[in-house]
Design a protein around this ligand. Structure first.
Ligand SMILES: [Zn+2]
Ligand SMILES: [Zn+2]
Length: 395
């Protein structure tokens, strides 16, 4: 029974840390211990480390930490790429060493020895493609083709020049301060890839996310089937029920089966839990980016839209208050007896105005599900017909 409780605690703590890290800043967690864990994980722990280094090594230690922080967060570096390679390599090595000798098993054919290697190789290939492909770097010699790809919407993108690159900024582009270049249809700078995600490599990035999600699900299911095969081949259920007299029902047998699995196959069980957690995280990330791609928005634009909506709401609120104040001032001047009802009218007018001037997000780049998906697969700036049409139009 102790092993099961250990497993339950391990699962709960992992879930708490993951939820706190990813969602702790949400307003519903304000003032809760989840928010406190989030603050500790995102900045508190690092502050403690800084203070510890400063008190132990003095000024020089602090400076070394700051330059390390600058290198890790503000400069292109392969640290997370190496961590990805290490995680993938070590996990696959552990699976080969501990699980491959059970393949073929009762539920899993020999072919999975080879398909697993193929699946991992495709994952690595997609990682390399995303990491080392051009995201759509805007330079003086190619700026015209990016300028013709998207029009300025004059809401979140208007015509201007990049102050660093000294070239016109195409609509939807952004200057990446880490890479020091302007990138077309900029999504975000991905530290795991040590590359920007832009117009030309969003397709590889999406394929990477989708494939790694499938890879983790495949690993979870395959190892679970190996363990199920071992249960079947070693007749564990029969032994538990016949020899030990344990009642043959799921509720009664499950703790004993978990105990047996943890005793005999602890590595495989931990790898299954690890892969299941990673696949859930990847599913969330994939869903978020799929929604952005299908509505032809980028991560950068979603932040810009948030700022725009917040700013517009403030402006609308100010307008409504001014109208309401004017209405109440007029009312007070004419009928002093109905004082309370005038304020009521003013408040109603304010809420009515707010309803009327609701902020509308007009995404001119959203051309429907099919066109949006096609733009990810074949970027506009790479299409031959697109350039020919633009040339003939301008000619
Ligand atoms: Zn630039
Ligand atoms: Zn970048």
């Amino acid at each position: 029974m102790e092993v099961q409780w250990l497993l339950v605690c391990h699962g709960l703590v992992t879930l708490l840390v993951v939820v706190s890290f990813l969602c702790g800043q949400w307003p519903i967690f304000d003032g809760t211990f989840i928010q406190r864990i989030h603050v500790f994980l995102t900045s508190g722990a690092y502050d403690y480390l800084r203070r510890l280094i400063a008190s132990t090594f003095g000024h020089k230690g602090n400076e070394a930490l700051l330059s390390f922080e600058l290198y890790c967060c503000d400069r292109p570096n392969p640290i997370l790429q190496l961590i990805y390679a290490a995680i993938l390599g070590i996990t696959y090595y552990i699976i080969v060493q501990t699980t491959f000798h059970y393949i073929p098993g009762y539920y899993l054919g020999e072919v999975h020895r080879y398909t697993s290697l193929l699946a991992v190789s495709v994952g690595v290939l997609l990682f390399l493609l995303t990491s080392f492909s051009d995201p759509g770097t805007v330079k003086a010699e190619n700026v015209s083709q990016y300028l013709s790809a998207y029009p300025y919407d004059n809401i979140i993108f208007s015509e201007k020049e990049c102050t660093t690159c000294k070239i016109r900024k195409p609509a939807r582009s952004k200057h990446c301060s880490i890479c020091g270049r302007c990138v077309a249809r900029f999504d975000h700078h991905c530290a795991w890839m040590n590359n920007c995600i832009g117009e030309r490599n969003t397709r590889y990035f999406m394929a990477f996310l989708f494939w790694h999600f499938l890879l983790c699900v495949y690993g979870t299911v395959a190892i679970a089937l190996v363990l199920a095969g071992q249960l079947k081949e070693q007749q564990v259920i029969r032994i538990l029920t016949a020899y030990y007299g344990i009642e043959n029902s799921f509720g009664t047998l499950a703790p004993y089966v978990v105990q047996w699995l943890m005793g005999s196959y602890d590595t495989q069980v931990l790898v299954v839990i690890f892969l299941a957690i990673i696949s859930m995280l990847l599913a969330g990330f994939l869903a978020y980016h799929s929604k952005l791609c299908l509505t032809n928005t980028t991560t950068n634009e979603s932040f810009k839209w948030d700022d725009y909506v917040r700013w517009q709401r403030k402006a609308n609120g100010a307008k409504a208050s001014a109208v309401a104040l004017k209405a109440s001032a007029d009312g007070v001047g004419h009928e002093t007896k109905q004082h309370v009802s005038k304020w009521k009218k003013a408040l109603c007018c304010r809420s009515h105005c707010l309803e009327e001037i609701e902020v509308v997000k007009t995404n001119v780049y959203d051309k429907g599900f099919f066109q949006n998906s096609l733009e990810i697969i074949i970027p506009l700036s790479t299409r031959k017909s697109f350039h020919t049409n633009n040339k003939s139009k301008s000619g």
